[in-house]
Design a protein around this ligand. Structure first.
Ligand SMILES: Nc1ncnc2c1ncn2[C@@H]1O[C@H](COP(=O)(O)OP(=O)(O)O)[C@@H](O)[C@H]1O
Ligand SMILES: [Mg+2]
Length: 384
């Protein structure tokens, strides 16, 4: 299953947004336009849908309260709304599922966050429409979504499972390397990779070996001199990744992750994540620390690595990268452009003239990326 459409109202810097998504979507736009905020809307639904340690109140509180998630451009006292459609296949009509959640604070103290609307459709037929009679009799019920409760989400468990499995990855190489030594607090779902090696360790040996083999093949294409990859545990029982390179002395042996380049580690994390599950994957700027020759291949790697899988992961990635978007294999229908509009950020797909330029052989980097650059950016070099 995949999310085929997302609509936002008053979510962070989007007063209103309505966008179709593909199996792989590329979110482009200048700094601070709201790329991460778009991903956060989906992470928010994930956090709400968690039956343990999640829910609406926690998801809002973790983001600093309603005043942080509600659009500052919004008119007085509006609700925040997220509306997603799910399909089993691309271009399926009507969508297999639609889930809508709107919420706002109570008028009076204690100003709890209340569900102002929660609706579910399956194959175009409505299954849930809140507030309902029960809600009218007990306002406390509106502090919880049906999404977060196992008793109430039984009829749309497929949606719950999809949302709660959404993975967000923004791997920080130093955290992956020194996760064990740094210790301390770890964020739920480990988006920055602090517990990455532990996750490898918990994967069954058979599956791990097969994934490492696939990753090895991809890395040998992307990382010069790379030869082989393996998983080991040291004397203390701590998990490690090790790689061997052709240019080392003949008996130099294996090198552990502490010595991998940031780029190799990030690429490893990306490839592992692509193979790890079947739910949606949200990727923040996968180009960071990678050299352009590798970044250029990311669209192909995402595609190829998943080609023979029964269920591909839907990928939604943010990027600034010229190299990544210069790949001729990018499906333009998956290109999402965020721009400044009159009322906050708006989003769009490629337009007719851009489509013509792409059809004539130009790349997304050439046609679309220049438009996402701030107008006065060339003056930055004169700044002092
Ligand atoms: N509730 C809100 N209303 C309006 N703008 C917001 C809100 N929350 C965050 N923003 C703005 O969104 C911008 C950051 O967006 P972000 O998604 O991090 O950008 P990007 O990932 O494209 O660089 C910041 O300028 C911030 O002020
Ligand atoms: Mg960002």
């Amino acid at each position: 299953m995949l999310i085929s459409n997302i609509r936002l109202k008053n979510w962070r810097n989007f007063q209103s947004l309505d966008l179709p998504l593909r199996d792989v979507s590329y979110v482009l736009g200048p700094n601070a336009i709201g790329k991460s905020n778009l991903l956060d809307a989906l992470r928010f639904l994930r956090d709400v849908s968690k039956t343990q340690g999640g829910g609406l109140q926690v998801a809002v509180a973790e983001r600093g309260g309603i005043s942080k998630v509600r659009c500052l451009h919004a008119r007085r006292d509006p609700e925040v709304e997220i509306d997603v459609e799910f399909s089993h296949e691309l271009d399926q009509q009507p969508a297999a599922w639609r889930y809508v959640l709107a919420f706002k604070p109570e008028d009076k103290k204690p100003q709890r966050i209340l569900v102002s609307r929660e609706q579910v459709w399956k194959d175009g037929k409505q299954l849930l429409n809140r507030p309902d009679n029960k809600d009218a009799a007990d306002v406390l019920l509106l502090t919880q979504t049906h999404l977060e409760q196992i008793q109430t989400n039984i009829k749309f468990r497929e949606v719950v499972d999809f949302l709660s499995d959404i993975t967000y990855l923004h791997l920080v190489p130093q955290l992956l390397r020194f996760g064990e030594k740094i210790g301390g607090h770890r964020l739920t779902d480990d988006p920055f990779g602090q517990g990455f090696l532990e996750r490898l360790s918990k994967t069954s040996e058979k599956i791990r070996t097969s994934r490492l083999l696939k990753i090895s093949k991809a890395l040998s294409l992307a990382v010069p001199q790379f030869e082989d990859l393996r998983f080991v545990k040291d004397d203390m029982g701590h998990p490690h990744l090790e790689a061997r390179y052709a240019h080392h002395r003949p008996n130099a042996g294996w090198q552990s992750e502490e010595h991998f380049s940031d780029g190799t580690l990030r690429l490893f994390g990306l490839l592992w994540a692509l193979l790890e599950g079947s739910s949606m994957l949200l990727l923040e700027e996968p180009e960071i620390s990678l050299n352009d020759a590798i970044v250029r291949e990311i669209p192909l790697i995402v595609d190829r690595l998943q080609r023979d899988r029964k269920t591909k992961r839907q990928v939604l990635l943010t990027t600034h990268s010229d190299a990544l978007l210069s790949n001729p294999g990018i499906d333009e229908r998956g290109v999402v452009i965020l721009e400044t509009g009159k009322q906050g950020t708006t989003g769009r797909l490629v337009d007719t003239s851009e489509r013509q330029a792409l059809a004539a052989g130009l790349s997304v980097a050439e046609v679309v990326l220049p438009k996402t650059r701030p107008k006065n950016v060339s003056q930055l070099g004169l700044w002092q």
